[in-house]
Structures are given as C-alpha cells and as structure tokens.
Write a new protein. Structure first.
Length: 115
C-alpha cells in the first residue's frame, strides 16, 4: 500500500523559510517522479514543483527562485525548501506520486505565512 506522509508545515512570518518533507512507503521510490502541490482556501490545487528520477526539477513560475525541491532515494523522502515566503504561499501543501493510472496523495501539511 502506497503511503505518503508530509511534515514540516507551520506558521512563519513573511520572508521566512520552511522545509517540508514527504516520506514515501509502498513504492520503489527511486523509480518515480515526485510532486509537491498546494491548495489555498477557495482555490484549486496547483502543482508547485516536480523532481524527476534523475534529480532534475521544475517549478511553477510563482515559486521559481524561492523554492527548491529535492529527493533522497536512500531515505525515500522528497523535500521542499521554501525561502522568502509570502502571504500568498499560504496553503495546504501535498506531496504526490503517480504510479501507472493511480495518483497517490499525502494528508497535507498547513503552511501559513502571516505577520
């Protein structure tokens, strides 16, 4: 059974930083791209960043230069380092993996950016 467990969210002031983690189980982690999504209140879930199996990364324009996605295939963990956080980054952040026709999601972790 595939499980994704996120952690690392919290309340941070504008300009601050957080690092989110996503521990995966039930899959051969190194075989799959890993994604981070976010969903703000009243908005659709949006893709924030992707890390490929070889470690290359892609980002939504809204987070380029501020967020960094990474993976550790030994620890079966994906990370999202978030710097220079803005109030508009406030959302529930989810990690995700697609395996065949199935997409799996974690439970989400709340990130709130406020002074």
């Amino acid at each position: 059974q595939v499980q994704l467990v996120e952690s690392g969210g919290g309340l941070v002031q504008p300009g601050g930083s957080l690092r989110l983690s996503c521990v995966a189980s039930g899959i051969t982690f190194s075989f799959y791209f890993m994604d981070w999504y976010r969903q703000a209140p009243g908005k659709q879930r949006e893709l924030v960043a992707t890390v490929t199996t070889s470690g290359h990364s892609n980002y939504d324009d809204s987070v380029k230069g501020r967020f960094t996605i990474a993976r550790d295939n030994v620890k079966n963990t994906s990370y999202l380092q978030m710097n220079d956080l803005k109030p508009e980054d406030t959302a529930v952040y989810y990690c995700s993996v697609a395996r065949g026709l199935e997409t799996y999601w974690g439970q989400g972790t709340q990130v709130t950016v406020s002074s």
